[in-house]
Design a protein around this ligand. Structure first.
Ligand SMILES: [Zn+2]
Length: 110
């Protein structure tokens, strides 16, 4: 691993989980890099979820269903977000679902 030099550990601005933030380079190794604003993977996932047109159409518990997770992984792939879908802790997504987003990290409505 040669990325430690340019990586710093910062708490996620939403849930406080420590995440590795690369200062430079290595962009391609970062999960969900397009949406990465310093939030952890699960909060980023939640942000994307809430920005979807179908947001609110299903209960948060649906995130634990394998076919929902598969669909979401497909959405991320289609958006070229290239997440490590298998690395998502869906239980954390659900547990933290109601956490407010700091204003600058609010889900983007398009
Ligand atoms: Zn987080």
């Amino acid at each position: 691993m040669q990325e430690t030099e340019s990586a710093t550990i910062k708490p996620c601005p939403r849930c406080g989980r420590e995440v590795i933030a690369s200062k430079s380079g290595n962009q391609q190794a970062r999960p969900v890099r397009k949406s990465d604003k310093g939030m952890c993977l699960e909060c980023t996932v939640t942000s994307i979820m809430l920005g979807l047109p179908s947001a609110g159409m299903f209960p948060k518990e649906a995130m634990l269903l394998p076919h929902i997770q598969d669909q979401f992984a497909a959405v991320l792939r289609a958006g070229d977000a290239d997440p490590e879908a298998h690395a998502i802790d869906w239980q954390r997504v659900v547990d933290n679902w109601e956490l407010p987003f700091p204003r600058k990290f609010a889900p983007a409505k398009t």
